[in-house]
Design a protein around this ligand. Structure first.
Ligand code: FES
Ligand code: FES
Length: 158
């Protein structure tokens, strides 16, 4: 089936089987391998991308369901000339080790702070509780997201 959507500002058309998941489409068809595939059944959050401004587990969504949507993957959160404030905060606070969970952490945090730049620690913890990390102990991740809020308040987050 032909499916049309926008990803990271680029209009794309992909030819996928109806059963193809969005994560497989992103990684295998579009070669956007920054989106990681972990549990493949909605538990770990590693595959999280932003679909029409909402954080979505791309292993639980079919590619055909993305028809007409605007997607942002972790690649779309980067810029050419350096790190974004969220990425800078992750580096400063050592919020990643192996990095497997990091794309999902970044997309989830970006979706949250874009809508709720004043999210408090409890809210951030609640939203990120669906993203599993086996390395960091979560504290550095929470500290990084808390620090990044200032850039989202000023809308200086890209
Ligand atoms: S790979 Fe999608 S939630 Fe784990
Ligand atoms: S940094 Fe390794 S799983 Fe999170």
């Amino acid at each position: 089936m032909l499916v049309n959507f926008t990803v990271n500002g680029r209009a794309v058309q992909v030819d996928v089987e109806p059963r193809t998941t969005l994560v497989d489409c992103l990684r295998s068809t579009l070669r956007l391998t920054g989106t990681h595939s972990g549990c493949e059944h909605g538990v770990c959050g590693a595959c999280t991308v932003i679909v029409d401004s909402a954080a979505v587990r791309s292993c639980l969504m079919l590619a055909v369901q993305a028809e007409g949507s605007v997607l942002v993957s972790v690649e779309g959160l980067s810029r050419e000339d350096g790190l974004t404030p969220l990425q800078t905060a992750f580096r400063k606070h050592h919020a990643l080790q192996c990095g497997f969970c990091t794309p999902g952490m970044l997309t989830t945090a970006h979706a949250l702070l874009s809508k709720e730049p004043d999210a408090d620690e409890a809210r951030i913890r609640s939203v990120l509780s669906g993203n599993l990390c086996r390395c960091t102990g979560y504290i550095p991740i929470i500290e990084a997201v808390l620090e990044a809020r200032a850039a989202y308040r000023k809308k200086d987050n890209s």
